[in-house]
Design a protein around this ligand. Structure first.
Ligand SMILES: [Zn+2]
Length: 580
């Protein structure tokens, strides 16, 4: 019997109708029955996306081309009968028309193959190697992927196992490709969609992001790394992989200073992930179960810490001035403080419930939950400051990440547990992190920021502290000609006195309300704290009046200010923190 081997071929017959044709050859089979599956999620994006929903035209034939009987046994599993134990050729089409960094998209101009939604796997054979041949459509001439080519110039690649295949997105088309070398690694940038970028400038500046991230760990584990960049009219985001990433950036946002720096921050974010989460990982995130949710309470580290480091690398490389950087940090602190859910959901819970909450927001999400990106990034800042202070600037958060990487990725070759990360942070800080964790990771305590910032001689000032703005606590927008409430903030007058999402706003104290949020804000601003209002609404077709009284707007607007005459120690720690 021939040696067992799996090979895929992906071609495009009708790209304009958004289809990829997949053929999968299973050689050397000795099973009379085989199950093949399509993953239900894409690692890095914690939501069950049911990729099997895009599969059509599934067929299986034996080595003579005779049809083999098969049956769908659940949402993403096909069971093939193979009584003669023949080689099996499976074919199917995948409909690909969802633009995002974690979903496949095919049209007449290009194909982006997000592998967990394209390639099926034989059950029990995730450890097997495979080859993938891409047959670009008519005028397409390029393939960009982190997979290793079998030989240069041909579009056949090898994947040592399915984890690597599923971790290697593929861009096919006529993308603009350029390369640079940084940290001893060759980097390919594959730009789809055009844009006002300057490739020569990007080569230099993206290299700086690579160098900054590599400096934290002291080594770069890749030989080759690919940035697949999708430039659309709007939108953005990124998804991390072992030796590649997919980025989305608005095509017109390279020439403005803010747009350019935010692209560099995105590059830094996804690049840092090649260590943090792809190699240094929570224990639940690998080997993956492609069939269901993979629960971890550590996404506040995997994503939040990465979100802390992205802008910090842009700062360390000198693109953001210290003041610009502190301005962004302060706005991140305001965002979390102004979201009522930050006092309801811990970073630990937000991570665990990512699958049902982070990617499935509803009208009440701001009241009940907080992003593990936003909260995790603040925890990273607090931990960085705590370590700087406890060690008089001898250590910082970098040392935790570096030591964890060598201990768990290299030495133990496994993921870390919650307790192991906490213990390492404590070891680097030279003090117990129990209270820190109980307050900010497991708990929802509002940090005393000034106690942390004292080490670096800063204070957090709330520019809204002296304001007494009256506040209703709703958002509203016009839909099909009606001015409807879209959210009600927890503990606001609207919450307390019973305005509801979907109520149509008609009047305040019998004066007609016009249909914009700006007009509504103006009407409320003209009132005083404690004023009693009669709000006329229509709820479910019935006119009603709600009586309520206005509170003070609790929103904060934070800003960092230096203390008067910072001490030598404060200035030293500040310089270490902000790379001055
Ligand atoms: Zn991320």
């Amino acid at each position: 019997m021939a040696q067992s081997h799996i090979s895929f071929e992906v071609s495009f017959v009708e790209p304009q109708a958004h289809y990829a044709e997949v053929s999968m050859l299973l050689k050397g089979n000795n099973q009379p029955q085989i199950d093949v599956k399509m993953p239900v999620w894409a690692p890095g994006s914690y939501l069950v996306r049911e990729f099997a929903k895009n599969v059509e035209g599934f067929k299986a034939v034996d080595e003579k081309g005779q049809a083999l009987a098969f049956q769908k046994v659940n949402k993403n599993t096909w069971r093939i009968q193979n009584p003669k134990k023949s080689d099996i050729r499976i074919s199917y089409r995948v409909y690909a028309f969802e633009i995002s960094v974690r979903t496949s998209f095919v049209d007449a101009s290009h194909a982006f193959l997000s592998p967990t939604g394209i390639f099926m796997y034989p059950v029990g054979q995730l450890a097997k190697s495979s080859t993938v041949t891409i047959k670009p459509f008519a005028s397409w001439s390029k393939v960009s992927t982190g997979l290793s080519p079998v030989k240069a110039g041909a579009f056949t690649y090898t994947a040592p196992n399915f984890d690597i295949l599923f971790d290697s997105p593929i861009e096919v088309g006529n993308q603009d490709v350029f390369e640079f070398t940084a940290a001893g690694v060759r980097h390919e940038v594959a730009m789809y969609g055009g844009g006002n970028y300057n490739a020569e400038k990007l080569k230099v500046d993206m290299a700086k992001m690579v160098e900054q991230a590599t400096a934290v760990f002291g080594e770069n584990p890749n030989k080759y790394y690919v940035f697949i960049v999708h430039n659309y009219a709007s939108g953005g985001g990124g998804l991390e992989h072992l030796n590649s990433t997919v980025l989305g950036h608005p095509r017109g946002q390279y020439a403005s200073e803010n747009g350019y720096k935010s692209f560099l921050s995105l590059v830094a974010h996804e690049y840092f992930h090649l260590w943090n989460v792809k190699r240094l990982r929570p224990v639940a995130l690998g080997p993956f179960n492609y069939d269901a949710e993979n629960y971890t309470s550590n996404l506040w580290i995997a994503e939040g810490f990465t979100a802390y480091y992205d802008n910090l690398f842009v700062r360390r490389a000198g693109f953001y001035s210290p003041d610009q950087y502190l301005g962004m940090l302060a706005s991140g602190l305001s965002t979390v403080a102004n979201q009522p859910g930050s006092l309801e959901q811990s970073a630990h819970e937000a991570s665990f419930d990512a699958w049902i909450k982070q990617y499935r927001p509803n009208e009440n999400s701001r009241n009940s939950s907080i992003s593990y990106y936003d909260k995790g990034s603040i925890i990273a800042m607090l931990m960085d400051l705590e370590i700087l202070q406890a060690t008089s600037g001898q250590k910082k958060l970098d040392d935790v990440m570096n030591t964890m990487y060598y201990q768990y990725y290299y030495k133990l070759a496994r993921g870390y547990t919650d307790a192991e990360f906490k213990d390492m942070a404590g070891k680097i800080a030279g003090k117990s992190m129990e209270t820190f964790y109980n307050d900010y990771v497991y708990g929802t305590k509002k940090p005393d920021y000034n106690a942390f910032l004292k080490a670096v001689g800063y204070q957090l000032v709330d520019d809204n502290a002296s304001k007494n703005e009256p506040y209703l606590g709703i958002s509203a927008s016009t839909r099909i000609g009606k001015f409807l409430i879209t959210s009600v903030a927890r503990n606001s007058p609207a919450w307390r006195d019973g305005l509801n999402v979907n109520d149509e706003l008609l009047s305040i104290n019998d004066e007609k309300v016009s249909g914009t949020m700006a007009e509504l804000d103006k009407a409320i601003a003209a009132k005083a704290l404690g004023d009693k209002l009669k709000i006329g609404i229509i709820r479910d077709g019935l006119p009603m009046t709600i009586d309520l009284s206005l509170d003070r707007n609790p929103a904060v607007r934070y800003r960092f200010v230096s203390v008067d005459k910072p001490s030598k120690e404060q200035l030293l720690l500040r310089a270490k923190w902000l790379a001055l």
